[in-house]
Design a protein around this ligand. Structure first.
Ligand code: C2E
Ligand code: MG
Ligand code: MG
Ligand code: MG
Length: 283
């Protein structure tokens, strides 16, 4: 397709690329200052037990409120932060903020719930990751069992994730979930090799599940495998009652998705949590 283009198109393309690269450099620079300027915040998406329709935890999803560009999604700026080598700072901020938010909800009389935090592979290159996480948990008084770290299959493939670090954190009590499960170079050997507690079925298998028999079969297989391996399993990206019905008929015990709630600012999740706690007391 590229070959069909004329010379001028190439020039146009390279100009476009130039603009793109320059914009990226500017974003990189802005991102370095984002933490101290308080431009980062976290939205929390509830995770729901299908049997009780109860909030079992939340996933912390970082957002960037850029001073001129408005809200920028993590899909855009996390890869930039990784490339620019500033993901450790951002990741550390997210970890501390998310853990202290759980503590605040509990202190305000809410339930103590686990928080899931996404990790980048570069955060494993810092040898003091276990020490750092220990510090945050001590600071915030959150139990290690209430911190769920989300890693991906591809991170384990790259061998960037050290088994020693996972083991150390796992022995301390921190949990690990395998995010976007089924989309990486899944090798089931990893499930034995690494201390994984939960599989997170990727949204791409859920999107068309009501129509697509293959996706139904894959999801059923993942859930059954997880049960056999005594791993927890959660499905992400549930948007409709029909999708939920299929998951429940496959014995999926936990879900996350717009059907129940979008990722929300802390104050709004707090309302959900407290309303939940009340109905449970009265029922
Ligand atoms: P993820 O960890 O797989 O997170 C799930 C993404 O799916 C989130 O997008 C969430 O808003 C979206 N989602 C949840 N339910 C639904 C649904 O029902 N329908 C649809 N269409 N989407 C749904 P988000 O917040 O834009 O995050 C994108 C990705 O950015 C995350 O994917 C994660 O890989 C990464 N990310 C987010 N926060 C962090 C962070 O603090 N650190 C790192 N390293 N990565 C992060
Ligand atoms: Mg995740
Ligand atoms: Mg995911
Ligand atoms: Mg995903």
């Amino acid at each position: 397709e590229v070959k069909k283009r004329g010379k001028n198109d190439y020039e146009f393309y390279s100009e476009e690329l130039d603009v793109f690269l320059r914009e990226k450099i500017v974003l990189e620079d802005d991102l370095r200052k984002a933490i101290e300027r308080n431009e980062l915040h976290i939205h929390y998406q509830p995770q729901i037990s299908t049997a009780h329709n109860r909030i079992t935890g939340v996933e912390a999803l970082v957002r960037w409120n850029h001073p001129t560009k408005g809200e920028i999604q993590p899909g855009v700026f996390i890869p930039i932060a990784e490339e620019a080598g500033i993901i450790f700072e951002i990741g550390s901020w997210v970890l501390r903020e998310a853990c202290s938010q759980m503590r605040k909800w509990h202190d305000a009389g809410g339930p103590l719930i686990p928080v899931s935090v996404n990790l980048s592979s570069q955060q494993f290159h810092h040898l003091n990751l276990p020490k750092f996480i220990r510090q945050i948990l001590e600071e915030t008084g959150l139990k290690p069992e209430h911190l769920n770290l989300e890693i991906t299959e591809s991170m384990m493939m790259d061998a960037t994730v050290s088994t020693t670090i996972l083991q150390e954190l796992s022995e301390y009590g921190v949990r690990f979930s395998l995010d976007d499960f089924g989309t990486g170079y899944s090798s089931l050997g990893y499930l034995r090799q690494f201390p994984i507690h939960k599989l997170k079925i990727d949204r791409s298998f859920i999107t068309d599940i009501t129509m697509n028999k293959h996706d139904q079969a894959i999801v059923a297989t993942i859930i059954s495998m997880a049960n056999h391996l005594q791993l927890d399993v959660i499905a992400e990206g549930i948007e409709t009652q029909e999708q939920l019905d299929i998951l429940m008929s496959n014995d999926c015990k936990e879900i996350q998705g717009y059907y129940f709630s979008r990722p929300l600012p802390a104050a709004e999740v707090q309302e959900l949590l407290f309303a939940h706690a009340k109905t449970e007391q009265t029922s």
